[in-house]
Design a protein around this ligand. Structure first.
Ligand code: ARG
Length: 471
């Protein structure tokens, strides 16, 4: 069945074809439903392209100005919701060009000179990704600042540090919070690194091979604020590794948030009781009146699965594609948009939840002051008095085993032990063990005070590297 492409709607390739496209073809291949959000970038790209055409005298300055004026009208129409998309507008590029031609006539029909939707859509996506990834990175830094503020609020609080989710050694709360903060900082560095490779203009590559017309890809790259132009036209339209890289960094951020979320799920249980959520950032139950649920934290955990899907799905799309452009590349947009949207929402919700949650220092301390979490300090105390560590480990291990039988406290056993005694028993007293972690980068209050300063300086460095937000 041949499609009625609507009132005057024509495909961009109608000259070569006898009939119009089938309705099923349009329904299946269109990308307007999702790429219309690229409209600002598409119009920016078109402005740069016509200015380039005029610089190269491919069109006149008058024609350039007619097209620029029409592009302004199109921008206003889309912005205000007055733009009428037609059934034949298979993507945002087609829609904008069609309307420019309606508005600017013969000059409008020159807009696509020397250009293909292949370099055009690649340009749009790169412009969009540059801006959005930088915005995501700024939100990551905002979350890092929340973690820093919360860490500074509780300089004396400590809790158990865990390995295998078993209590291991006490750590300062600030140390635990900043552990997440440093991991997030590496994602910001990854974004900055990825941006270097995203910041390349493909405009001027044409469909795949450049042009017989004297285009000016360096000029249009500079006009669009790209750091440089493509080096190889086949590569410019036939690669999407920068999209995969953006998806990878977004997925890693999602995984960081998932892990942070999982800890908040644990900490807010009655069993841990280390933290309470503010009412504004928790949900209730439709049936169980007493419930207060950490849904933001759970969704941060759950949606990490979806982000991994966005990444792996697109990696599979890229695999096996011959040079250069293939329609498969149209599939870059939905996972990218989804990942950016989800990570942006997650960062906002998690930042608000962490900024407003209440820590419960008494519960943290009580858990951390379990006598056995000082076992390593006892072994290290023996080491400082000349005992080989392996022997010290065995001595303390035997005392722990004895204490766990439940008849004697570890402290009293240490007190009476010939190699240990009262000086060592002090290490088992509440609050002592955490102060013993004195090494650089360690979990005790002395190195953590230093770490707080280093982390604040790190955030300043990241802010500086990200620069002011684009207006
Ligand atoms: N909507 C397409 C995309 O996103 C535009 C490019 C179409 N190019 C083509 N030769 N059919 O990739």
């Amino acid at each position: 069945m041949s499609a009625d492409t609507g009132s005057g709607g024509q495909t961009l390739w109608h000259g070569r074809f006898e009939g119009g496209p089938a309705a099923e073809l349009m329904a299946y291949t269109e990308s307007l439903s999702f790429d219309r959000r690229l409209w600002r970038d598409d119009i920016e790209g078109s402005r740069a392209h016509v200015r380039g055409l005029a610089r190269s005298s491919i069109i006149s300055d008058v024609e350039r100005d007619q097209v620029l004026l029409a592009l302004d009208v199109v921008a206003n129409e889309i912005e205000s919701g007055l733009f009428v998309f037609l059934p034949a507008d298979e993507d945002i590029h087609t829609a904008v060009e069609r309307r420019v031609t309606e508005l600017a006539g013969a000059a409008g029909a020159k807009l696509h000179t020397g250009r293909s939707r292949n370099d055009q859509s690649a340009t749009d996506v790169r412009l969009w990704t540059k801006r959005e990834l930088a915005g995501i990175a700024r939100r990551v830094v905002a979350l890092q600042r929340v973690l820093l503020d919360r860490a500074r609020e509780h300089p004396d609080v400590y809790l158990p540090g865990y390995t295998h989710l078993q209590r291991a050694q006490p750590v300062m709360l600030a140390h635990h919070l900043l552990a997440h903060g440093w991991a997030l900082g590496r994602e910001v560095d990854r974004v900055l690194d990825a941006l270097e490779r995203i910041d390349v203009s493909p405009l001027g590559a044409g469909a795949l091979a450049g042009s017989s017309l004297p285009l000016d890809p360096d000029g249009t790259a500079a006009d669009l604020g790209f750091a440089r132009r493509f080096e190889n036209s086949l590569d410019a339209v036939g690669s999407r590794d920068h999209v995969a890289e953006a998806l990878f960094v977004l997925t890693l951020i999602g995984i960081d948030l998932s892990r942070l979320g999982e800890e908040i799920v644990l900490w807010t249980t009655d069993e841990f009781g280390f933290a309470k959520l503010d009412d504004a950032y928790a949900t209730g139950s439709s049936m169980l009146p007493q419930k207060k649920n950490p849904d933001i934290a759970e969704l941060a955990r759950g949606k990490a699965g979806r982000l991994i899907g966005d990444l792996t799905g697109f990696l599979a799309t890229m695999k096996g594609l011959p040079l250069s452009y293939n329609r498969d590349y149209q599939e870059d947009k939905e996972p990218l948009f989804d990942a950016v949207d989800q990570v942006r929402l997650a960062l906002g919700a998690m930042s608000g939840m962490i900024a407003t949650m209440t820590f419960v220092p008494d519960r943290m301390r009580a858990a951390a002051d379990a006598e056995t979490t000082a076992a390593t300090d006892l072994a290290e105390w023996l080491v400082q008095r000349g005992m080989p560590f392996r022997d010290a480990h065995a001595v303390v291990g035997a005392l722990v085993r004895e204490a766990l039988r439940g008849e004697r406290s570890l402290r009293s056993l240490v007190d009476e032990h010939p190699d240990l005694g009262p000086d060592a028993a002090i290490l088992v007293a509440p609050g002592v063990s955490v102060t013993r972690r004195i090494t650089p980068g360690g979990a005790g209050p002395v190195p953590v005070a230093d770490q707080l300063e280093r982390f604040a300086a790190e955030l300043d460095r990241l802010d500086e590297a990200l620069g002011a937000p684009a207006t």
